[in-house]
Design a protein around this ligand. Structure first.
Ligand SMILES: NC(=O)c1ccc[n+]([C@@H]2O[C@H](COP(=O)([O-])OP(=O)(O)OC[C@H]3O[C@@H](n4cnc5c(N)ncnc54)[C@H](O)[C@@H]3O)[C@@H](O)[C@H]2O)c1
Length: 266
């Protein structure tokens, strides 16, 4: 299904951890569509090894960067522009991790230093990525920045814990920075709100399989897969979506507009 929609474009992809990561599917499609990319992840993720294999398979260099460290991000974008031979046309933020959820702390009993770390990793990192790109003037005119989010930012999903507020903050950063980047050089900033997806981050949520099945029944098209999320992200990176910015875009088979589905009661 390759149409060379990203021919000659350069991009940086955060968050490919293993073969299931949504970022890995997006990276694969970027290559199919003719882009050159750099893959990046936290140093600890690089030590786990799979990302190096993904990089080799895709012919992409892998650079370690903790997305909460401005210094790491500065180094990442300097190196990426050197490797890829110019400014960046697209950047994907596909990062999420909650310490309280991971350590099974109830929502009404969170540890606040963990909550702050969660916000830093899952949301403030997006502002940091954009601020570094902005100050370095590292994005081409009409470039595209996308972050992945989830509908728990807008509606209550109790087991999502403090990730709900992380995603609200992330979506708000997309709107606010979308203004500044749009005025600066027409760079677009959007979030894609994806269906539940079987990945390391996804399956960390309590009762994920049951929830996945529920969402699948609630959505008239069924849950959107990681592969279809990759297709949508390619569209968002391409010039076909050039007037879309500051949006939270649902990619969820219709789930977000449902009230009740008889299939769930059956
Ligand atoms: N899986 C789902 O059900 C689902 C649904 C909607 C949105 N999302 C979002 O999609 C994105 C990708 O998640 P995924 O489901 O592919 O899972 P994943 O676990 O494969 O990806 C999460 C990534 O975040 C990276 N990360 C964590 N801390 C980091 C740090 N300090 N610096 C840099 N990277 C760091 C991890 O190494 C990992 O690669 C996340 O934002 C997630 O919230 C997932």
């Amino acid at each position: 299904m390759a149409n060379q929609l990203l021919k000659g474009k350069r991009g940086v992809i955060f968050g490919a951890l293993d073969g299931n990561s949504i970022a890995t599917k997006i990276a694969e499609r970027c290559i199919e569509e003719g882009a050159s990319i750099v893959l990046t992840n936290a140093p600890v993720a690089l030590r786990m090894g799979e990302i190096q294999k993904i990089g080799e398979r895709l012919g992409a260099q892998v650079i370690a960067a903790d997305a909460t460290s401005v210094e790491d991000l500065e180094n990442l974008f300097d190196q990426s522009m050197e490797i890829l031979g110019g400014k960046l046309d697209f950047v994907l933020h596909s990062i999420g991790m909650s310490l309280n959820v991971r350590k099974k702390r109830a929502y009404a009993d969170v540890k606040y230093d963990w909550m702050q770390k969660t916000f830093d990793i899952s949301a403030i990192s997006f502002h940091k990525v954009m601020q570094v790109l902005y100050k370095k003037d590292a994005m081409t005119d009409w470039g595209s920045i996308v972050a992945l989010t989830y509908i728990a930012s807008q509606r209550v999903f109790p087991d999502y814990g403090e990730m709900a507020e992380s995603k609200s903050l992330l979506e708000s950063f997309a709107r606010s920075f979308g203004y500044h980047f749009g005025k600066k050089n027409h760079v677009r900033v959007n979030t894609i709100s994806q269906s539940p997806t079987m990945t390391t981050a996804g399956s960390g949520i309590k009762g994920f399989q049951e929830f996945f099945d529920y969402a699948d029944k609630m959505s008239p098209l069924g849950n959107a897969s990681a592969e279809s999320c990759a297709d949508y992200t390619i569209f968002m990176f391409s010039e076909l979506s050039r007037m879309i910015t500051m949006q939270n875009l649902y990619h969820d088979g219709g789930f977000s507009n449902m009230g009740m589905a008889p299939e769930v009661l059956a």
